[in-house]
Design a protein around this ligand. Sequence first.
Ligand code: SF4
Length: 319
Amino acid sequence: MENSLKSHIGNKVSSWYRDHGRHNLPWRKNITPYRIWISEIMLQQTQVNTAIDYFNKFMKRYPDLKSIKSAKEDDIYALWSGLGYYRRASYIFRAKELIHKDFNGQMPDDFNSLLSLPGIGRSTAGAILSIAFKKPYPILDANVKKVIARIFHKKKFNEKEFWHLSESLLDKKGIFSYQQGIMDIGAQLCMPKKPHCALCPIQNDCISNKLNSYVTLEKRKPKKKEVFLQFNLFSEGEKYFLSKSDDLGFWKNLWIPPVSIVEKCNFDIVHQLSHRSLKIAFNEQTNIRPDIEGKWFSREELKTIGIPKPISDRLLLNG
Ligand code: SF4
């Protein structure tokens, strides 16, 4: 496909966004580099609909870089409770420390400085630069990949090809609208099974539409390891005993009840992590006391600290 044709696609995408894009998403209002950064980190592994409430809650507490300056890591974990992929909360904590230490409390507006911050890879840096600073950098999230695969009707790309195509499609002058438009086409029109091609601004340029054959990118599913966990629930009145532990290799900054990894057990629930399938059993402990360091939390306090979702669901349900 000629380069002029590719930039012509970019123009169509940006003008479609102005009329049909999801302008109501909260991070697309009152746009600042900080708001785009937080939303992009949330959206890395979370669906838009789930991220909205978390984003609003986060912005209510920390509306800007100044307000988040003195936040402790625990405060950020508490706001992240239930969202999963908790490493992202730690990235935000560490990145905001560096922004205040090395960048004068301002989000950097150059690619290499952004990449130096924890949790910011090439695509997230591209999103911050293009949407918040209106600089022509490409992004490559799952939606953009899907649309590129469909336009060129190819199932397999290596990352280098993907980046090259993503860059070649950009509408550099209308980068703000283009970037959000290509994401919206991926999310709203270019559905996995039945894409809404009749509504799509690039229907005449898209090879999949012309062939009436819609490729889906081949995904490698990680093989998940089964892990059996027994949590001991110690309660006293309406208080629960929780601690922080490095032993599991995940959730290390979150509050959890004392836990043992066992070979097998009759489990109450299954909870999926990216590379592990957790089979979880809860044992109510009434006669013995915990023998590790930790704290007792009331029901109200449980709502203000960082706890993994399967644990908070169980504890708050019990209360
Ligand atoms: S024309 Fe259809 S298949 Fe092609 S990008 Fe648009 S929605 Fe996807």
